[in-house]
Design a binder for this molecule. Structure first.
Ligand SMILES: Cc1ncc(COP(=O)(O)O)c(C=O)c1O
Length: 438
């Protein structure tokens, strides 16, 4: 007698076991030794910090750029990038409507205005065809984000920037090692910022990396991120009377030895992890392409993705669902999660929908700001972003991303997709409850 297949969300057996997952970041004995060596040396921060200067040199070499400054976060590196290219309060910077808050916050932190631009349906990156309509006489820069670890269309963006005399700042927070026409992200604009947050493909716990080829930008960035002071090249025991002169109002965005040592040690294995992420991406691509109603993320042939996030799109029509796309998305996520797949939401609205950008006086934090009425925002300005976010979701969580999993688990994920899609009718009979960041 044929057995009736029961979805895990209906109480059936899960396809994937939680214990089959590996956790990120992957900490090895080499990492432990490097961190302990910092404690043994006793130098924790400052100008003569071997792990920090080592990481800066290694990262600049890895990208093929002249200068790198290790910082306290990716947000700090992006804020520094905004300042280093000469953006002034009131200037406008074009950023994608789909990204992480820090891209636009880095602009607003300097009193400049983030101007949101819609994205490309297939790459999820800023759509170069929509940039020029956003340019005004106050526009000073374009800030593409290599979202999910896939490079933005940098040649098209550079052509627009050159036509209008704009700087290009890369938000490379998610794209360590990704390439565009053979060149690594972070080496494609005037300057760039990377994140070393624990979820990232290269991680230090928290941290960031500012990079540039331009010595002028490097000097500004170094002072700005060091409370306006020049970093003296002091040797142990040496003292310089002018070392505390501040040449302008800066921030303390400096890195520290412990996270720098960890990141430097992890960097030695970055390419190995990237290859694993790409192998897993290829397994998911092939399996999902064979299914009706789901589409893997698109990687144009002139780029490589490092799959910081793996976004799957759903076609409600092809699946015969005529309700709201977000409902089908949430139902599928719930069912896949019950099967043991790390399926989740990341960003559910375009950035201009966030309260942070809907206050009359956004910028400095002020008490009771939650009491202020929020200004309207216009979803019609960002139709692709809205549509994409309603009809797609992420595979791989921050603690269990695909970069550290094995191929067998990816095949189990595909089996779970097949099972859920085979039983879609039964799934749609469940009462619907929208997901809320669970
Ligand atoms: C696209 C993007 N930009 C900027 C950041 C900010 O980096 P951090 O969290 O290190 O400040 C992140 C990561 O969190 C990010 O994903």
């Amino acid at each position: 007698m044929a057995t009736v297949e029961k979805l895990a969300v209906h109480g059936g057996p899960a396809t994937v076991k939680a214990r089959d997952h590996a956790s990120w970041p992957d900490i090895t004995d080499d990492d432990r030794a490097e961190v302990l060596a910092v404690l043994d040396r006793g130098i924790l921060c400052g100008a003569e910090s071997p792990a920090i200067t080592g990481l800066e040199g290694d990262w600049a070499d890895y990208l093929g750029v002249e200068h790198c400054i290790a910082m306290s976060s990716g947000t700090a590196a992006l804020h520094t990038a905004i300042v280093s290219v000469g953006i002034r309060p009131g200037d406008e910077v074009i950023v994608p409507a789909y990204t992480y808050i820090s891209t636009a916050a880095a602009v607003a932190h300097h009193g400049a205005v983030p101007v949101f631009c819609d994205i490309d349906e297939r790459t999820f990156n800023i759509d170069p065809a929509r940039i020029e309509e956003r340019i005004t006489d106050r526009t000073a820069a374009i800030m593409p984000v290599h979202v999910h670890g896939l490079p933005a269309d940098m040649e098209a963006i550079r052509a627009i920037a050159d036509r209008h005399g704009l700087a290009v700042i890369e938000d490379a927070a998610q794209s360590h090692g990704a390439t565009y026409k053979g060149r690594k992200t972070g080496s494609l604009g005037e300057c760039a910022g990377f994140s070393l947050n624990a979820t990232k493909n290269l991680s230090a716990g928290e941290g960031g990396l500012f990079v540039t080829d331009d010595p002028k930008l490097f000097d500004i960035a170094r002072r700005f991120s060091n409370r306006g002071e020049d970093v003296p090249n002091l040797r142990p025991g040496e003292f310089r009377i002018d070392s505390y002169v501040s040449h302008g109002l800066g921030w303390n965005y400096r890195s520290q030895e412990l996270p720098a040592a960890l990141a430097r040690s992890q960097l030695r294995r970055l390419d190995y992890y990237t290859e694993n992420a790409q192998r897993n991406g290829a397994i998911l691509d092939e399996g999902l392409s064979a299914l009706t109603g789901v589409t893997p993320p698109y990687v144009p042939p002139d780029r490589t993705s490092v799959y910081y996030k793996y976004r799957v799109s759903i076609d409600a029509d092809a699946l015969g669902f005529d309700g709201p796309a977000a409902e089908l998305r949430d139902r599928l996520i719930r069912a896949l999660r019950a099967e043991g797949v790390e399926a989740l939401l990341w960003q559910v609205e375009p950035l201009p929908a966030y309260p942070a950008f809907r206050r009359k006086l956004y910028g400095p934090w002020y008490p009771n700001q939650d009491d202020e009425p929020l200004l309207d925002w216009d979803p019609a300005q960002y139709p692709v972003t809205v549509r994409v976010l309603d009809s797609s979701f992420i595979i791989g969580s921050e603690q269990r991303p695909i970069i550290i999993q094995d191929g067998a688990l990816m095949r189990d994920y595909l089996a779970a997709f097949e099972k859920v899609l085979r039983n879609l009718d039964a799934l749609l009979e469940l009462p619907f409850e929208p997901l809320r960041f669970d």
